[in-house]
Unconditional design. Sequence first.
Length: 476
Amino acid sequence: MVSDTGSRSKLMKRSLRTQMLFQYVVIVIICMLVIPAGISKLLGRQFRLFSSDRLREDQQEAVRILEENYDLRGHWDITALSGLRGDILRWPMVHAALYDPEGILIAEFRRPMRHGAMRGPMMNSSSDDRGFVSPGRGELAMNEFPVSSGGKVVGSVRFLCLPFIESREGIFLKKFNSHMKYAIGFMLIIAVIISFVMADLISRPVLNVSKMASLIGKGRYQADEGLKSDITELQALIDSIKRLGLGLEEQEELRKRLMSDIAHELRNPLAIIKSHLEAFEDGVWEPTRERIKLTVDEIDRLSKMISEIEKLTSIENAGNGIVLGSADLSNLTERVAMTFDPLYRSKSVDLKREIEADVFLAADETKIRQAVENLLSNALRYTDSGGTVTLSLVRSDGAADIKVSDTGIGISEQDLPYIFERFYRTDKSRTRSSGGLGIGLAITRAIVEAHGGKVMAESREGEGSTFTITLPLNKS
């Protein structure tokens, strides 16, 4: 059973070019066979109707001429009838016989056959309403009409006619169908060639995009082969793959930088701890209380870093650890500001408040508090003495916006897109000497996104920054 499924899947795997070519050819063949066949059938039907109507009119006209000839003389005049052949026999009629009421032959009208000797009439009295009998191929059709004068039947005339296929219309239709077959064959060849070209034009960019994606998978993130397409969907696919490559390249650079920063953050306290322990072991230092405390502080720093990373990972994993409840965001924001007041005063930074009252939402109050504290701590760290930080809370379009604006040193335009990444530090505004682990903003983003919100940053280097937390208002 498994082998059968595997063999079927192998049989179903075909290249895009082959699949498109096959579909194009099938569609073309169907169109080339169905449409011409329909046209030929419709044309043949119309020609038959036209030929049948014209034949009936010609035969009725011949009967009218015979009736006028009889009315003129009051009897059948053989001499007068002999000069009527051209008026009586019109193509495709090849023979006409005039009989009296008793069935005795009065006169015959003949014309030479185009395709050899005339065959005998088909003695079949059945005919359609139009007076045209459709015998087998090559057989003559016979129709009979009464001849009247003064309301009295004075005779009858029988016509032998070539079948439709032997008529001028039938011959024309036969030639038309023959030429159409050649035309269809020629068009099929052209259509197959066009199908090859179209399949190649559409599949080649897709194959090139596939190759580009494969190169991206091998680490060549800027494998731009100069691909372009005049097909909107294919160009959108090409642009998406290019953006994917650039995004992966940025993520790879961030990953390398992250690993470097983690290694650096772990190396410093471990190096200090090791040097202290080696000094104690070699007797260079006496294991005094103060020196042991220095070693313990480095261990605490290392433990804190690991704890923060675990906390960030926990929050990022589908919001684990988030416990929703009714939260008074106005009160929470005011309490966080009061907590930071002493720290701001000690650095001579003015902390202003613009907090709207009675803003409630469903949230994990502890996590939201931590996110706001991270922003206030970040603003204080990078705002010089005499600067100002403004904490605001307002309702906006069914959401609550918490903003922290500072007049600090700002963030460069190049670094701004990456400040929410783990361990990311800018060269100027996030130097290691200013403290911090470099994951506070990453934790803030994880908390906010776990609540279905978003966090954004606006900044100009040397002018300050504004961080905005937007949370949906689910009032409980």
